[in-house]
Design a protein around this ligand. Structure first.
Ligand code: NI
Length: 253
């Protein structure tokens, strides 16, 4: 059993061969894929895709890049979509101070609003954090998600990881864990408790070694599992099982 807990299969990069990519993932032993919404249209597409495949789930949420375009209509649409039984989380939401595509105060407002919506709907959250460590900790401490959540593609320090684990969050590892310069993230992956991590691809982005430079796809999540198995000194199957059990608990499935 292997879960890819974060993929963007609705992305236009999969336009011509989406079904083949999904079939390849199944052949690679990927049992479940969570397709992540990040804009109004991708949330709608994610729910549609989840409706076509029993092993694909969806999430709804607006990425911090698009925070500036949110209106009350956005929340009406997402609340409606969140009623679908295949929707398992609210996200991806958070703060991105690296690209700063929305003003930071707007990013914070929209993030807080969505943490509240997640609590109203009883869904766990998927958090995107880039160069916003201080603010993100401050916000989540004040607005703790009642159904928990995960920091996706975690790349922060072990010190921050300890704080997030104390707050009840899961940590998700992705392709960059396989890169040569992954020293800090490797330390986090070595130390993370066996019941608090999941794995993801973030396809079509963050392609792991040895496929780096190509488009990422859910089947490649095996490389992330293999890396964690190597550094934790556990069998591949054990890490696959642990991360899948954790994902089920996180998403309440
Ligand atoms: Ni993503």
């Amino acid at each position: 059993m292997i879960w890819d807990t974060h993929a963007h299969l609705d992305d236009s990069q999969f336009e011509t061969d989406r079904e083949i990519v999904i079939e390849r993932a199944r052949e690679a032993g990927i049992t479940t894929i969570v397709n992540i919404g990040h804009t109004e249209s991708s949330c709608s597409e994610a729910v549609k895709l989840a409706g076509r495949y029993p092993f694909i789930y969806a999430t709804v949420g607006i990425h911090p890049h698009d925070a500036k375009d949110c209106t009350e209509k956005t929340w009406e649409l997402l609340l409606k979509l969140s009623q679908n039984p295949k929707v398992v989380a609210w996200g991806e939401i958070g703060l991105d101070y690296y690209r700063d595509l929305s003003p930071r105060d707007v990013q914070r407002q929209v993030f807080i609003r969505q943490l509240e919506l997640a609590n109203e709907t009883g869904l766990p959250v998927i958090i995107h954090n880039r160069d916003a460590h201080g603010d993100i900790i401050e916000v989540i401490k004040k607005h703790l998600p009642s159904a928990g959540g995960v920091f996706h593609s975690y790349s922060g320090s072990w010190e921050m990881a300890e704080e997030l684990l104390r707050l009840g969050f899961y940590l998700s590892f992705s392709g960059p864990l396989t890169f040569k310069n992954a020293r800090h993230t490797l330390k986090v992956a070595v130390n993370v408790p066996e019941d608090r991590f999941v794995v993801e691809t973030d396809s079509p982005y963050l392609t792991p070694e040895p496929y780096r430079g190509k488009r990422n796809e859910p089947g490649y999540v095996r490389e992330v599992v293999a890396k964690i198995a190597e550094i934790k000194g556990l069998p591949f199957e054990r890490v696959a099982q642990l991360s899948s059990n954790n994902a089920k608990r996180l998403f309440g499935l």
